[in-house]
Structure formats: C-alpha cells, structure tokens
Unconditional design. Structure first.
Length: 316
C-alpha cells in the first residue's frame, strides 16, 4: 500500500513586510485545511474527494483569493474559476466566470462527472450550476471591504495586481508618500494581494488528484481567464503525480507548467523535488512524496505525508 501525502497552497509572491498577524491568520487556515485533509486520508477517503474537500474549505474562508474573498475585476465584480483532475483516469472538470457559486471547485467536479464536457464558462457554467442545484450566494457574500479598497488603489495606480510579485528594483514608486524604491506591479509593496489556492493529494491506493481555485487578478479585465482552470497549465494530475500552480497566470499558461512537471517525471525519470524546482507550485507523487517550489519572496503552503512529516510555512 502506497504512502499518502498532501500539500496545500495559498499562493506565491508574498510581501516580505506582510504584518505578522496576517501571516499567522494565513498559516492557521492552511494548518486547519491540512489537518482536514490528513483526517480524510487516514479515513481512506479517495484523493479526488480530499482535494475537493480541502479546496472547498479554502474557498469558504476569505483569507485567500478564491470563493469568498476573491479578487475583483475592473468592474468590481467577482469572476471565479476552478479546476479539478483525477490522475488515474486523467479526467478533469473546470469552470470560469462564475459569479454566484459558493464553491467553484465542486461545480468543476460536477462538470467532470455530470456533463458531457470538461470545461464550462460564464453563463453556460452558471446555467449548469442551477441545473445541478449547487449552493448559490448573492454577490455581496464574495466581496470583502479589503478587496474593495485594494481595487480602488489598483485603479488609482492604473495597475493590475498580480498574484506573482517579485520586487522590481530601481523603479519609482507609484505613491508619492512612499520612500521605498520598490514596487510590485504598480502598487507599493505595503499593499497585500490575496492569492490563489490549491491542493494536491496521493492516497493510500497511490491515486493522485489536484484542484485549484481562484478569483484571478485584482482589477483584471472582465472576461479574463487565467491558468488555474486550464489543465496542464495551472492544474494537472496523472498516474505519477499531481500538481497545482500559483503565480503569474499568463506566464504559467505560456509554459504549460503543471504538465511540464509531470512530463519530466514520466519521460526523463526526474524525482519529484527536482521536477518542481521551476516556479510556484505544490506537488505529490504516486510514491507518497510531497514537494513544493517557488522563486518569489515566499509562498503560503502546508504539506504532510503518511510517514509523520508535516510543515506549514510562508518563507523559504
């Protein structure tokens, strides 16, 4: 019987000046979700059920950028997206542009299991949600005052706030009162942007699964689709591994990052950690290994395995 393993993330590209209470808040949520997944795995819940369970919990809490607490578009609305993939059968479901679905990851699974398609978006996804009787919420449920204020700052700076934020040295700040010559995508680094969430699992049967959920980018153009719902870019699972990415969606899309990790393991025989040392992502292997990699200041993450290892962290 294979060893189980689980990893969760709340996004890469963390402001090094993020207040300690915000760091602690994020770490406590990750720890809670990790323990939820560990308990499910010890109860022999299949990997696919576990990733859905954990991501649902992350979507319900407004700390990160998914479900409640999603980033706002240029119009001040939420357009959420999510995906889920079953590794052994390479089945997947994905949704984009949903505005009222409480748990987009569960709608993605319904697309996989209850529709003839793999990916539904916008009005079609919402009609399907109504047909399936999923829980819907009014728009006010998803919008936090903090994100309203951040959208205002982004508009004043004429900037899109990316998940993936590496300091750009030598540039003037966008705020006249700021004395720090570092900006992150047009906003002072004192501004904290919520991040994408994801979960990867291998269960005792050696089955791998992955799920990712996000509200996208703050001040994004209406209709924008990122990497999170795109299989092979933001999410991927197969017989040997499961991957969930976080970072600059457009770059991840160009690099088909999640599939690349699986490919070098499948075709070149690389080990899991060697394979993930490319960017912001979490991964598990069918052997019960768990790994993460990021090239930003930090990444909110937690991981655990059946041999007793457990870690929740932010920085390298």
């Amino acid at each position: 019987m294979a060893k189980w393993a689980i990893a969760v993330h709340g996004g890469a590209g963390v402001d090094p000046n993020l207040p300690l209470h915000r760091q602690d808040e994020a770490k406590k949520l990750l720890e809670r979700c990790l323990n939820l997944g560990i308990q499910a795995l010890r109860s022999n819940l299949p990997a696919l059920d576990v990733v859905e369970l954990v991501v649902r919990e992350l979507e319900t809490d407004p700390v990160f950028n998914s479900g409640r607490g999603s980033a706002l578009s240029e119009k001040g609305t939420v357009e959420m997206e999510a995906s889920i993939m079953d590794g052994p059968n390479r089945r997947y479901g994905a949704v984009s542009g949903v505005t009222k679905v409480k748990n987009p990851v569960s709608l993605a699974r319904l697309v996989m299991e209850k529709s003839p398609h793999s990916y539904l978006g916008f009005s079609g996804a919402e009609e399907f949600a109504l047909q399936q009787g999923v829980e819907l919420m009014e728009s006010e449920y998803f919008i936090t005052q903090e994100n309203v204020e951040m959208l205002k700052l982004a508009k004043e700076a004429n900037a899109i706030v990316f998940d993936y934020r590496i300091p750009l040295k030598g540039l003037e700040t966008c705020a006249a009162e700021a004395n720090n010559p570092i900006i992150m995508n047009g906003l002072p680094i004192s501004v904290y942007a919520p991040e994408t969430v994801g979960c990867v699992v291998v269960d005792r049967g050696g089955r791998c699964a992955a799920a990712t959920s996000t509200g996208g980018l703050m001040n994004k153009t209406t209709g924008r689709i990122g990497d999170s719902p795109i299989i092979g870019s933001g999410t991927y699972a197969c017989k040997v591994c499961a991957v969930s990415c976080t970072g600059e969606g457009e770059a991840i899309l160009r690099g088909t990052l999640a599939r690349d990790v699986a490919a070098v393991m499948e075709y070149k025989g690389l080990g899991l950690q060697e394979a993930v040392d490319f960017a912001g992502l979490i991964a598990v292997s069918d052997k019960g290994e768990v790994a993460y990699g990021f090239n930003a200041n930090g990444m909110f993450r937690g991981c655990a395995s059946g041999d007793g290892f457990m870690e929740v962290g932010v920085w390298d």
